[in-house]
Design a binder for this molecule. Structure first.
Ligand code: SF4
Length: 774
């Protein structure tokens, strides 16, 4: 598959922002808000998530055994199980089933009994698995009529459109657009207008088609292996009608939908509605162990069973002609199961929470943030697994690694890590000779050649920043010159509309040494303790992340002054990069090496019981999340236990007797708009900053925006500049009226400063003794 060029991607995103963005944002963010509210009101949420995760891990581990178990159960019930290798295999099997059923009906019709001789017909409920195999196209090519019965899917069928969300497929269309579509297509006596009119028409129209269909096709949210029970969880009830009205029911499910026992369903039924739509439970939870012998209803005459004995009595067990086929789809899943990195994707229950919680998805929807079938954060794993890496490569970069989906996922999938791994694999599939010469010398990394030069540049930003700082201010003047910006845009894809960082001639590390180094810091801390501070026997290694060290040194200085004022001596050694920048570009080998180097550089301090304090939340997040995959377990544990975000650390000091009066304090009511970094929220570290600001006499109000849109290098990239600004605008609108705005992350601050055209410091700058930046 030919990948879109940078300008083609930019154009596509611009188009989606204008056309589908408003409807997607309204619906996805509303679902996300409802999910958060419902999660917040669920006392045992973490236990449910842990249970669900454990069941999925067990089921995928035992998958071959469960396939045989469900085969035996379904066959004992009188049905058939077919394991399809791929899309073509599944489509051919289903087409055969439909043709056979239709032929049987035609034969019966010829003998004057029942049925009709029209083209074979199928009614379907919503199923991403059937989207994955292009079932509709496969059946229509075999001369079979297919009608979608989920309202959203039917709208798309009428509009000849594709799903933009795995749960709400027509999320990109608003009510007015759907009314226009139906009025044009069905030409009603009175034009449709309200949602109620549209829904009633759809229900009546589709109800008739369902009663006439030869075969009903459903997906399955879960398949219980021990009993052959198909679980359908919907809000419309159409799936149940499709399953039980036609005489033949075909359920098509990926093999990963198998769970061992009926009792295993419990956490999933609870979680799926909460995570997908924020409902306590879905409108319809249907559990069928087909073939079902219960009579099916004429919905116009619900008291008269179609397949009963004519007097309202049910057929007895085994007396009906009902037929059932369970098609279990492999289509790459066995390989995903064998792949240590993609295996976790198979735990996905397709709730869409990762899409709803994603700021980029909220702006462009699944037509931008999606591949051939799947959309949203987890789509990278699915697309790489079932359609191949090229499909994933089309949109993988839209995951900024913000991690907001991590808390949303009901089965605790590390979605950002899957995106990082696939990005790494995509990098490695590039042409090794292409543009490597452009960044040679700036890229002391561990990567093979062929990576997009822009990615490689940003992945090695520590080296770039060090060189730029050493040559500042000349490097800053040069970088701002028009021809240089044009060259950077052309070669590295750095959008010329974005302000570049201004590198400081004096790094934070140099400043710290210049003012006397650790000895002077110890004296200052001791003096502060003598002058009324509490007895706090701690020592801090302040981590000089790339931006704090070379660009935003003020927040580093503020952190040093704050800690000293609270009686804590500080050291600011010259330490290696954390690997965050490399990880964001999918350069895992480089990040791995950097993580090991950083741990080695800190090991002695950790052994000595010193605390590592980090200002940039994304670097702390690397130490607390990704390092679990990069460092030996013991090293990870040691660093994680001893490293803190700066305001979290200050909160701990205040809780242990340090006095807020040593800092710059407000009058108790001074309003401050605060935007917490996305990864900081995932680490549950927003609350300490809020608490510290309150203790110091400010009245912080936190933004509810999931992300600032900048996300490290993302907002610099030419193809994503407009998307970055669209996401950032939503945040800026929330905070623009506040006199004081603070943000924890470098990217968040840069983005807000660009949008608000004023300074947006780190909270520690507000708190530092004698602060001057507001
Ligand atoms: S990855 Fe998690 S949040 Fe995303 S759709 Fe799957 S189960 Fe839902």
């Amino acid at each position: 598959m030919a990948q879109r060029t940078r300008s083609e991607r930019a154009e596509r995103i611009r188009h989606l922002l204008e056309t589908e963005g408003p409807a997607i944002h309204a619906q996805a963010s509303a679902s996300n808000d409802r999910r958060k509210e419902t999660y917040g009101g669920t006392d045992d949420l973490e236990a449910l998530r842990t249970d669900a995760r454990a069941i999925k891990e067990d089921a995928i581990e035992r998958l071959p055994e469960l396939i045989e178990t469900v085969r035996a159960a379904v066959e004992a019930n009188g049905g058939t199980v077919y394991v399809a290798d791929d899309a073509a295999d599944a489509n051919a099997y289903v087409a055969d089933v439909v043709r056979n059923e239709a032929d049987a009906a035609d034969t019966a019709d010829a003998s004057g009994t029942t049925g009709d001789a029209d083209a074979p017909s199928v009614v379907k409920s919503k199923s991403m698995t059937t989207e994955e195999i292009d079932l509709n196209e496969g059946l229509e090519a075999a001369g079979i009529d297919v009608t979608e019965t989920d309202l959203g899917e039917w709208v798309l069928q009428v509009a000849d459109d594709t799903p933009s969300h795995i749960v709400g497929p027509a999320m990109h269309l608003d009510r007015g657009q759907i009314a226009d579509l139906f009025n044009e297509r069905f030409d009603p006596d009175e034009p449709f207008d309200t949602a109620e009119e549209l829904t009633r028409f759809a229900r009546d129209h589709l109800g008739e088609i369902i009663t006439e269909a030869d075969v009903g096709i459903t997906g399955a949210n879960f398949v219980v292996a021990e009993s052959g029970t198909i679980t359908l969880i919907t809000n419309e009830g159409n799936a149940r009608k499709c399953a039980v009205t036609p005489d033949t029911h075909v359920a098509i499910a990926g093999v990963e939908k198998l769970i061992p026992t009926l009792s295993d369903l419990e956490p999933f039924v609870d979680l799926i509605a909460k995570s997908a739509t924020g409902q306590p439970i879905s409108q319809y939870v249907t559990m069928l162990s087909p073939p079902t012998d219960s009579p099916t209803l004429d919905f116009e005459s619900p008291d008269e069973p179609i397949t009963g004995d004519g007097n309202g009595a049910a057929d007895g067990p085994g007396n009906s002609d009902r037929d059932f086929h369970l098609v279990l789809l492999d289509n790459g899943r066995t390989d995903m199961r064998e792949d240590d990195q993609l295996r976790e994707t198979l735990y996905c229950i397709r709730c869409g929470a990762c899409s709803n919680s994603c700021a980029n998805f909220q702006s462009v929807g699944g037509h931008g943030f999606g591949g051939e079938t799947y959309s949203g954060g987890i789509a990278t794993g699915w697309e790489a697994g079932v359609h191949g890496q090229d499909s994933a490569a089309e949109f993988n970069d839209l995951c900024t690694g913000c991690t907001r989906c991590v808390d949303a996922c009901p089965v605790k999938i590390d979605i950002p890590w899957i995106n990082t791994v696939v990005r790494d694999r995509i990098n490695r599939s590039g042409d090794a000779e292409s543009y490597d010469f452009l960044v040679d010398g700036l890229t002391p990394d561990e990567e093979a050649g062929g990576i997009d030069p822009g990615k490689r540049f940003f992945g090695n930003i520590g080296t770039v920043a060090k060189a730029a700082s050493a040559t500042a201010p000349v490097s800053n003047w040069l970088a701002d010159a028009g021809p240089v910006r044009a060259a950077l845009e052309h070669a590295l894809g750095i959008d010329r509309r974005r302000d570049l960082p201004t590198f400081r001639q004096e790094s934070l590390v140099d400043w710290f040494e210049e003012r006397g180094g650790p000895d002077a810091s110890s004296r200052r801390a001791a003096r502060a303790a003598r002058d009324g501070g509490a007895e706090i026997d701690r020592e801090v290694v302040l981590y000089p992340d790339v931006y704090t060290n070379y660009v935003d040194t003020e927040r580093g200085k503020a952190a040093v002054r704050t800690l000293e004022a609270l009686g804590v001596p500080v050291r600011v050694p010259d330490l290696p990069e954390s690997g965050r920048a490399a990880l964001s570009q999918g350069m895992i080998a480089t990040a791995d090496r950097q993580a090991s180097r950083l741990f080695a550089a800190l090991a002695e301090d950790l052994d000595a019981g010193q605390d590592v304090v980090v200002i940039e939340p994304s670097d702390l997040a690397a130490m607390h999340r990704e390092y679990e995959r990069l460092l030996p377990e013991q090293s990870f544990d040691r660093l994680q236990e001893s490293s803190y975000e700066i305001c979290e650390y200050v909160y701990g000091l205040l809780e242990n007797g340090a006095e807020p009066s040593a800092l710059s304090t407000g009058d108790g009511s001074e309003p401050v708009a605060y935007h917490s970094h996305c990864q900081q929220r995932t680490l549950d570290l927003e609350a300490p900053t809020v608490a510290v600001l309150e203790r110091c006499g400010y009245a912080p109000e936190s933004s509810s925006a999931e992300c600032c849109g900048m996300a490290g290098s993302f907002g610099y990239k030419q193809e994503y500049y407009e998307l970055s600004m669209d996401v950032g605008e939503r945040l800026a609108t929330q905070v623009e009226d506040a006199e004081t705005v603070v943000a924890s992350g470098t990217s968040c601050g840069d983005q807000l400063e660009a949008l608000l055209e004023r300074e947006v410091p780190h909270p520690i700058e507000l708190l530092a003794p004698g602060h001057s930046r507001r």
